[in-house]
Design a protein around this ligand. Structure first.
Ligand code: DAH
Length: 338
């Protein structure tokens, strides 16, 4: 019996020392000290011993149980501590790690150019006006002196909707809407989306324009040239050369096309300006009296100028973008650069 007890103890202490982890230790406790455990079974054998042996062996049983208990408790504590320190190590927060920056969007180059142009004209006293993208034929064409069947309508390939409704082909109808609402003096710019049935490397069926209109007493062609010179200098840099060429628009008379000295080669001649040294950036002119008639302005007592430009073209020149389609593909690698 004594030998068995000692064997049991030695085996138990070895098993405890070799155990790895809380679960194994608990298994050992059940296997030895549980109700059906090995030590418990030995204790049940005490009754069969001679009366004088019983207290001695009984005491040995107690010592063996205490030894096993003590070893188990110590090993359990150590194992639990291991678990805690493992968790502390694995769940540690490294406060020296740099934060992850949220992805910040950037403004689209077309929006940037619109904002910049609006702010230049705001400095010259122009307010921003808007109009609908689905427009009546009357505002888009007729009031701007494109009579029905007039060949000038072919200058703009129109998307028709229905019943005299169309997708506006330019921002010029905002001139009409503004003058119908407001008496002179008028000084507005109107940025917005326009549509034409046209698509290649330099044309998109949807694009953006900014329209300008100034009407007051005694506004002259000189004022037009002055304002446009200030504008192009601010947008492209001081002393950008500006020139006006005679042109035709139904709603202005006289009309001009406005060029700036090529921003790529400075006027020497390159691929972008097709060796001319000049880049066309907008159309302009003195508002035609026929337009004033449609909005009931008194053409005898007021005068004014209007101008219109394509934003994509200006963005391409300003940022050196060679294909207009880049502006509409929304590739973040491209957009992130602005
Ligand atoms: N609406 C013209 C176009 O889309 C641009 C334009 C030319 C606007 C001359 C004007 C202007 O206001 O005076 O081609």
């Amino acid at each position: 019996m004594r030998e068995k007890l000692e064997q049991l103890r030695d085996g138990a202490l070895q098993a405890i020392a070799a155990s790895s982890g809380v679960e194994q230790l608990q298994e050992i406790r059940v296997r030895l000290l549980g109700r059906k455990g090995e030590l418990t079974a030995l204790m049940k054998g005490l009754g069969a011993l001679a009366a004088e042996e019983r207290p001695i062996v009984g005491q040995l049983v107690n010592t063996v149980r205490d030894d096993i208990e003590t070893a188990l408790t110590a090993a359990l504590m150590a194992a639990e501590e291991m678990v805690i320190s493992d968790r502390l190590r694995s769940e540690r927060v490294d406060i020296s790690l740099p934060g992850r920056h949220p992805l910040k969007g950037t403004k689209h180059p077309v929006s940037l150019v619109i904002e910049e142009i609006c702010s230049i004209f705001a400095g010259l006293g122009f307010a921003v006006a808007e109009g609908p993208e689905i427009e009546h034929d009357w505002y888009n064409f007729e009031a701007l002196n494109f009579p029905p069947e007039h060949p000038a309508r072919d200058m703009q390939d129109t998307f028709f909707v229905e019943n005299n409704l169309l997708l506006r082909t330019h921002t010029s109808p905002v001139q009409i809407r503004t003058m119908l609402k407001q008496k002179p003096p008028v000084r507005i710019i109107a940025p917005g989306t326009v549509y034409r049935c046209d698509s290649d490397a330099t044309h998109s069926p949807m694009f953006h324009q900014i329209e300008g209109l100034m009407v007051d007493k005694c506004v002259t062609f000189g004022d037009l040239k002055g304002i446009l010179t200030v504008f192009t200098n601010q947008l492209f840099g001081q002393k950008t050369g500006v020139r006006l060429r005679p042109s035709y628009f139904p709603f202005t008379e006289p009309s001009a096309e406005v060029d700036i000295a090529c921003v790529i080669c400075g006027g020497k001649g390159c691929r972008v300006c097709k060796n001319s040294g000049w880049l066309e950036i907008l159309g302009a002119g003195m508002v035609d009296p026929e337009v004033y008639r449609h909005v009931q302005y008194d053409a005898e007592n007021i005068s004014g100028f209007a101008f219109g430009m394509g934003i994509e073209r200006i963005a391409m020149l300003k940022y050196g973008i060679s294909d207009m389609r880049l502006l509409f593909e929304n590739d973040v690698r491209f957009l992130r650069q602005f």
